[in-house]
Design a protein around this ligand. Structure first.
Ligand code: ATP
Ligand code: MG
Length: 440
């Protein structure tokens, strides 16, 4: 084949779409209850926005963005995440003067030039939400709880519990007061092991040593496992905030695992960060991740307004629920794929029946019946075969004779039953058929 999709960019066939739509609907339902409002931000932003927000010395900005100059020689970047764009939107439209809390979500594609592998794509979808209001640990708990509620919903049908599938990992990154102290301590430790670090980490050392904690290379991981931890360096305020957060989580019986070496790939986070990992998903096991970014808005030229957000990686979430080639899912796909099948196939025999049948199809579709039909005069056998191939639940047979007798054959294809339906006109027929489909 001459043309193939760009590496790491995926088509969604109907069966993929159905899975994603099912999950997106679950998320949207919860987001509405929590009063999050859907917004849309552009896929492209000025490169500078991501450099300023995510941080110049991060993998995302250094290696992973799709950045190019447009015809006017402006540097533009395909968004690698949504937080920066949403902050830009808040500032640009002065949304910070609106009543708080500001609660926004967006669902759409993000782009990162990473090495494609299981759970790692170059175009992937995120369900991203952001909440702007005062600094208070209850808000983090509410957001974490919301993430868990969303993830738990498909599990309810499978009989699995949240803890069977997911683990919540938690850390505090401190603030601009205490983090520099930790940075120094970490740097001092890492310098002693400089020769053992990978080339990339050697480079990270001076510019962004916290990133070394996130290195996926075994030798680096081993060095990191003995490193000082941020939680020993938190200032009184950060410590108090984190303690309060944990006690609220415990009071609500939300299980968490402290991971004092958890860091995120974006520089804007302060204090609380968290990741929700799926068991058995392999190296790319983080399904949802987020944290606090209390200073980002002002760093981008806006007012001071603390904020917190997280994103669910849609494709990874889908793998954790429906499995993939290697792993069985916790939910069968049948129910979801059934929704793609037609309710009814109109078998139409002869020119006049086709004409009347197409009118009938219109009326049925207006009523909400998922209806397929033929547009050509084919044999009864060929049409029924087609109905079967399309997995239609019912077939209705309408020919010259049926039109004359004002009586059609209505077949339940799954149960191989059939009956006659008498009618005076198409409207009445559509009503009778509609009833049969709903109650049969
Ligand atoms: P990772 O450590 O796996 O690279 P990240 O720290 O880069 O993740 P975030 O930037 O916080 O991830 O994005 C939030 C979520 O988006 C991730 O938890 C994951 O589910 C999803 N995600 C991130 N990058 C990719 C990707 N390249 N392909 C598919 N999903 C992704
Ligand atoms: Mg990443």
């Amino acid at each position: 084949m001459k043309f193939q999709a760009v590496r790491g960019f995926k088509d969604w066939l109907p069966e993929n779409f159905a899975k994603y739509e099912y999950l997106i609907n679950i998320a949207k339902n919860w987001l509405k209850k929590y009063n999050f409002k859907e917004i849309k931000i552009p896929i492209l932003e000025k490169t500078e926005l991501f450099v300023r927000s995510i941080g110049e010395v991060t993998d995302i900005v250094q290696k992973e963005t799709y950045t190019f100059q447009d015809r006017n020689k402006n540097f533009l970047t395909l968004r690698p995440e949504a937080t920066a764009g949403i902050c830009r939107m808040v500032i640009e439209h002065g949304l910070h003067v609106r009543p708080k809390p500001l609660k926004y979500f967006t669902i759409g594609p993000m782009f990162r030039h990473e090495r494609p592998q299981k759970g790692r794509l170059r175009e992937f979808y995120q369900i991203d939400l952001e909440l702007f209001t005062e600094l208070n640990p209850y808000l983090e708990v509410e957001l974490i709880d919301l993430a868990l509620k969303i993830l738990n919903t498909p599990l309810k049908q499978s009989g699995q519990s949240l803890e069977d599938i997911y683990t919540l990992e938690l850390n505090s990154l401190g603030c601009f007061k205490c983090r520099p102290l930790y940075r120094e301590a970490l740097l001092e430790y890492l310098k002693k092991h400089k020769n053992e670090l990978c080339e990339i980490c050697k480079d990270r050392l001076e510019r962004n040593p916290l990133r070394v904690l996130d290195c996926k290379i075994e030798t680096c991981k081993e060095i990191v496992s003995q490193s000082p931890v941020i939680t020993d360096y938190l200032c009184e305020e950060c410590k108090e905030h984190f303690e309060e957060l944990k006690s609220i989580l415990r009071a609500l019986n939300i299980k968490y695992v402290l991971n004092p070496r958890l860091v995120r790939g974006l520089d804007y986070y302060v204090r609380t960060i968290f990741e929700i990992k799926a068991k058995g998903l392999g190296a790319q096991d983080t399904v949802a991740a987020g944290g606090r970014y209390d200073y980002l808005l002002e760093e981008l030229g806006g007012p001071h307004l603390p904020a917190i957000g997280f994103a669910i990686g849609l494709e990874r979430w889908a793998i954790s629920i429906f499995g993939d080639e290697e792993k069985r899912g916790v939910l069968p796909l049948d129910n979801i794929l059934n929704k793609l099948k037609p309710d009814l196939y109109l078998v139409l025999l002869g020119k006049e029946a086709i004409f009347e049948g197409i009118k009938l199809a219109r009326i049925l579709r207006e009523k909400g019946v998922r209806c397929e039909t033929t547009y050509e005069d084919k044999s009864l056998k060929a049409q029924l075969k087609n109905a079967d191939k399309l997995s239609a639940r019912y077939a209705l047979i309408l020919g010259e004779k049926e039109l004359k007798d004002k009586s059609v054959i209505f077949k339940n294809l799954k149960e191989s039953r059939q009956e006659n339906i008498d009618f005076e006109n198409l409207k009445e027929l559509s009503e009778k058929v509609y009833e049969k489909i709903n109650y049969a």
